[in-house]
Ligand binder design. Structure first.
Ligand code: ZN
Length: 357
C-alpha cells in the first residue's frame, strides 16, 4: 500500500484529546505529511504529563495542551496548519467543523467523550478512529457510519456505565471529567501508531478501506488480537440521518440573536438550555441561564444557592427553542451553540439543516 503525498498534504484531520495518546497521534500525522490538523482539548499541561507525552516540555506546564502541541508540531514541520480548539468535544465542537474533516481521531479516556464523538461524527457523516490505553493494554477501532457504532458496541455493562453519566432530563448533572488512568509512553506509542495508520487509510479512501476489525494489544503476555468487529443496531438512538447543510451563504453566527434564527424554524438543542433550577427541599428558585452542563459550576460559584449539593436541584430546561422561547434576545452562543455548527430546524414542511459561522 502506498500513500499519496499530495492527498495527505491536503487532508484535514481532527484529533480529540491531546494527552499522551493524542501527542503520539499528532506527531505521527505530521511526520506522515498530513497538512491540516484541528486539535481539541480542555485541559492544561501538568508536571505528570511530561514523562508520558512526547510533545510536552517543562516550559509548557500550566499552559493549554492544545497550544503546547501546536508549538511543537510547527517545530517538526512549519508548513503544517494547526487549528486549536480549547474546549470539550461534548459541547464546544461544531458539526460543520467536523464535516470539513476527512477523518476524526479520538484519544480520550471516557465513555461519555466517546459517545459524544460518535454522535457528532454520525451527524457529520465522518469516520472516526478510536484508541484507548490502560496499563499495558490498548485498543484501536474504526467507527464508520453505517457499519460500526460506538454506542452499539458497548454491551449491557457499558450502557449502564454510560447511562450514569448521561444527561437525563430534570436532573442537574455532574460535569464529566476524564479519569486519570496510569498510562505508559510505550503503550501510547503503540496504539498512537495504529490509530494514525488507520486514519491515513481512511484519508487514502476508495480501495484502501479500513478493515472491520479491532486491534487489541496486551503487553504483559505480548498478545495481539484482531477480532472482527461490527456493531450497528437499527434501534440505536445515535443513528440519525446525515446533517447536510443547505447550500448558500452562511448568514447566522453564534452572535446572532435567537429571535432572528427561530423565524427560520424551531432549533433542536443537543444540550438543553436551563433558565432556572428549583431546590427540591426548600422550593426556592435560582436563575442560571446556561446550557445544562454549566449549571453545576454556576450553582457552586453562587453563594445565593446556599451551598446545597447539586442533586438537590431540579432543572427547568428547554430541549428546543422556537418562537415562544422567552429569551429571544440571547445569542446562539449564549444558549450553547458552538461556532461552525449545523442547526437542525423544525419547520412545518419538515427539518432543515443550516450551517452557522
Ligand atoms: Zn449505534
Amino acid at each position: 500500500m502506498e500513500f499519496d503525498g499530495g492527498r495527505l498534504q491536503d487532508a484535514h484531520v481532527m484529533v480529540v484529546g491531546c494527552g499522551a495518546l493524542g501527542n503520539e497521534v499528532l506527531k505521527n500525522l505530521v511526520l506522515m505529511g498530513v497538512g491540516h490538523l484541528v486539535t481539541v482539548d480542555f485541559d492544561y499541561v501538568e508536571d505528570v504529563n511530561l514523562t508520558r507525552s512526547v510533545l510536552f516540555r517543562a516550559d509548557d506546564v500550566g499552559g493549554r495542551k492544545v497550544d503546547a502541541v501546536r508549538r511543537r508540531l510547527l517545530e517538526i514541520n512549519p508548513r503544517v496548519e494547526v487549528e486549536t480548539l480549547f474546549g470539550d468535544i461534548s459541547y464546544d465542537v461544531g458539526t460543520a467543523l467536523v464535516r470539513s474533516m476527512d477523518v476524526v481521531v479520538g484519544c480520550v479516556d471516557s465513555r461519555w467523550a466517546r459517545y459524544c464523538i460518535q454522535r457528532i461524527c454520525i451527524r457529520a457523516g465522518r469516520t472516526w478512529v478510536d484508541g484507548g490505553v490502560l496499563g499495558l493494554e490498548g485498543t484501536a477501532r474504526v467507527f464508520a457510519p453505517g457499519r460500526n457504532c460506538y454506542a452499539c458496541s458497548l454491551g449491557e455493562k457499558g450502557e449502564e456505565e454510560l447511562r450514569r453519566r448521561m444527561p437525563c432530563s430534570g436532573v442537574v448533572r455532574r460535569s464529566i471529567r476524564a479519569g486519570h488512568a496510569p498510562v505508559t509512553p510505550l503503550i501510547s506509542s503503540i496504539i498512537g501508531a495504529v490509530e494514525a495508520q488507520e486514519a491515513i487509510k481512511v484519508i487514502a479512501g476508495a480501495g484502501q478501506d479500513t478493515s472491520p476489525r479491532m486491534f487489541y494489544y496486551e503487553g504483559e503476555t505480548l498478545t495481539v488480537r484482531t477480532p472482527e468487529f461490527g456493531a450497528w443496531d437499527d434501534d440505536c438512538p445515535l443513528h440519525e440521518e446525515e446533517w447536510v447543510p443547505e447550500d448558500g451563504p452562511v448568514t447566522f453566527t453564534v452572535a446572532s440573536k435567537v429571535e432572528e434564527v427561530v423565524r427560520e424554524g424551531e432549533i433542536s438543542l443537543s444540550e438543553p438550555f436551563v433558565d432556572y433550577v428549583i431546590n427540591r427541599g426548600t422550593g426556592e428558585r435560582y436563575d442560571v441561564m446556561v446550557p445544562a452542563h454549566r449549571v453545576e459550576s454556576v450553582l457552586e460559584s453562587d453563594p445565593a444557592a446556599g451551598g446545597y449539593p447539586t442533586g438537590m436541584f431540579r432543572a427547568h430546561e428547554y430541549d428546543s427553542v422556537g418562537r415562544d422561547f422567552p429569551y429571544g434576545e440571547l445569542t446562539l452562543g449564549e444558549i450553547g451553540i458552538p461556532p461552525r455548527d449545523i442547526l437542525k430546524l423544525k419547520t412545518e414542511k419538515g427539518y432543515r439543516f443550516i450551517e452557522i459561522g
